[in-house]
Design a protein around this ligand. Sequence first.
Ligand code: NDP
Length: 476
Amino acid sequence: MSISSATPDQAMSVHGAPLPDTPIRTLVLLGASGDLAHRLLMPALGKLLDAEPQRRDLVLVGAGAEDWDAAAWHDRLEDSLTKGDVSRETIDALLATTSYQRADVTKADDLRRLVQAGEAAPALYFALPPAVTAKACDALVDVELPEGTVLVLEKPFGTDEASAKALNARLAGLVPEDRTFRVDHFLGRATVLNLLGVRFANRIFEPVWNAGHVASVDIVFDEPLTLEGRAGYYDKAGALVDMIQSHLLQVMALVAMDPVGSVSAFDLRESKAEVLRATRVWGGDAALASRRARYSAGSIGGREVPDYVHEPGVDPARNTETLAEVTLEIDNWRWAGVPFRLRSGKSVGTQRKEVVVTFKPVPHLPTGLTGTCEPDRLRLVMGPDAIALDLNVNGEDDPMGIDHVTLDTELSPGRLPAYGEVLAGVLDGDPLLAVRGDTAVECWRIVDSVLKAWAADETPMETYAAGTQGPEGWPV
Ligand code: NDP
């Protein structure tokens, strides 16, 4: 049953969507020996089962190229869960029913065995390199998938607009759209979900959430982390594709979308899609609307960092950026003329991960009040999660002088790690936090024009020393 045709008395998932007729009881993890599965997915699954013990009848099937016997798989799973601080009860429940199958997931016969591993329709989680996922989807054409099967795909979803469209077409031939989960784990982050509460559960923001009152919006994800051994992936992606094409555009859609009638997969995803369809690079000129830079040798917190091009696994010929900034405009009544700056960088000195909404100045400062007003700013900070509001107030020493204060509070980091929320949606068959196919294509459309300008060298590659906040002159 599709979400939109649910009956009114149907059971609801934690995300507020109707539960499907065929709930997921078997999770097949393709690429079970990989980094994502080990470091993020299995611990997040454990945390979900800790939070919701009624889900402990889930059967986890690991699959991958490794020739592991049951003991090796159990050791791997237990190691992952223990590192994730998962309870003994959940670990024992998972170990009691889990199994591992050696499989080449690009072969239909191997996939057929995996699909039949559980009693009902499974969720197939492709924790695989994207090229292998694409081949696995091709091979699935020859496999009969039980009704209700869920396919879960990781980012990057395609490599450009055309390939994302082609992958969508392939997936549409396998399962319905609402059983296709394109994962963007940022959508499971507490601060990102908090955008919904802040925007729609308060009276004060919505009336000023538009071009009449907002001067600009910045969505920044700068981190001191370097490559962390993932050069093989990162050097092919770069900051633009790794962060802006996926995560930051999703966050922007939540910031800019129209209010939703309900937080259901149907309403929320349509509202996000509408905004992304109206989004393009500022002024229609991708070269002028973007900046890129790469770090040179420096030091972060006393740790020496080599020049990016000398990092192991980096191919200088790829000319990959480690800091990207793109300014976008949203061509609709609400946002016309408001720049949305999306920026992400690695190896910066000070972490800065936040959404900043900067408001326009007051139209008139009453005569008699002295000093300078700073723009009001609402900041939603990701990790540690916090919300802050920068305001002008009367001064402490001079009662008629303007002073500046920040009202801020830390927010709960959330009940689960982001991947835990993602997995809850998968097991419920609720695509609320998954990226809809047309939206994935829109995100590539927006970014493709920048990639094209960069490939033609229309935007210079700048340099910043590791440990600084980026090239001189870039606004932070
Ligand atoms: P890894 O390279 O660490 O793992 C990939 C896994 O796929 C390995 O277990 C590998 O097995 C297996 N595999 C490859 N080819 C086959 C095949 N033909 N048949 C069966 N198994 C195969 O990648 P990651 O875990 O890092 O990434 C997986 C996906 O998750 C990617 O799309 C990535 O972009 C995404 N992602 C990763 C994040 C991370 O932090 N790691 C974060 C967000 C997204 P073997 O090693 O034995 O060859």
